[in-house]
Design a protein around this ligand. Sequence first.
Ligand SMILES: [Zn+2]
Length: 456
Amino acid sequence: MKIGRRWLLAMCPVALVAGFASLPLNAQTVAPSSPPAAIAIAAPAQSAPQQAYTLPPEKLAKAIALSRIRITLGIAGAVWGIVFLWLLLAARAWVAIERWTQRISGRRWVQGLEFFAAFFLVTALAGLPLDATAHHFERAYGISVQAWGSWLGDQAKALGLTLLVGAPILLLFHWIVRRWPRRYWLAAWVVTLPILAFSIFLEPLFEPIFFHFEPLQKNHAALVSELEKVAARTGTNIPPSRMVLMKASVKTNGLNAYVSGLGATKRIVVWDTTAGRIPDDEVLFIFGHESGHYVLHHIAKGFVGSAVGLLFVYWACAAFAAWLVKRFGARWIDPKPEDLIHAEPALASRTGFVVLLFAISIAGFLTEPVVNAVSRHFEHQADVYGQEAIHGIVADPEKTAVAAFNDLGAAWLEDPHPNPFLVFWLYDHPSIQQRAGFAAHYDPWAIGGHGEFFKR
Ligand SMILES: [Zn+2]
């Protein structure tokens, strides 16, 4: 994951409605999991011989310190998001907001839009101090070079998009809850699927809101012709017109390349912090990795997995929310007493719907290790694929892959010895050490064999 994607995820209403939505999006990036979601605390440095990923001493100390900060902020942010919703429910703030919307307009749908816009605004403001703290440290450690004004501008843009896209979607989901009070979770699930698919398809259209793009061909013609060799070997149908350079350097020193979009919007994006700054061979490896996600149908598999998981999550959240409403509804929602005999009428109120969102945010936190385990599996497969894809094109695929991981790790200040439990819970990619360690010893051609995905 990298910065632009984080914003897109933050604004993606489906990601909020469905804690699972990050899977198909995350599965595409090659970069180490970036702040604040998935970085590790330092385990005591072990004197293991032959580490494939190493940092010079001064960078190592920085990486360990920054990892601790990222993990603390990441966990604090997740917990705070849940606690904040609960606090506002307990303080009956949503009841007050609902009454306020009723005073402004008599139309139900206008009230709904106001209420959900207020919901996004209030939660965004609540998250701002932690996000700003994270940005402060990313700047202090030289990862981010984005000035505060520009950063605030991006936050405002992300919020604007959320209001524009998210509020109508929550209005739709709330209508579903009122329309089918007993089986709304099933109807909501059916509606989530096309929204999820569209969010992947439309992602490239949102990216230029945060970054400038230009054809990769413009300043990196040699790299493009090398990339075409890999594209030919992998059979991915990505012509040079679909290879673009993202001007990331105005905001970050981090490295990345990724594939985004589906079908007509599919394209490879290489950051300008990557093309020309690390050897072209390493960019080819990253491109091979990205191609792997497509060739091995990780997007489609992630989508199906998310769909199956979401059905269960929605069902469980409906049951949990019904329990919450029966237990706390009299205090949180202010319903008529007879509405609490069954949970459905109370849940159908707008404040009741926030109880449902509260349940979903808890589910999102608890299911993160499952989603991440699947993601790490896909990422490992893509690493294998990427190394095989550049076989015969670069001189030494093993060395190239190991060097690429070292450059990625150094650019993002990735901890070489992350705590295994934190990797299990929070990492959507294997640790850089695991990835580099595998790459260093993966050479099926040495014994006359062939790759897992390529027969030559
Ligand atoms: Zn990947």
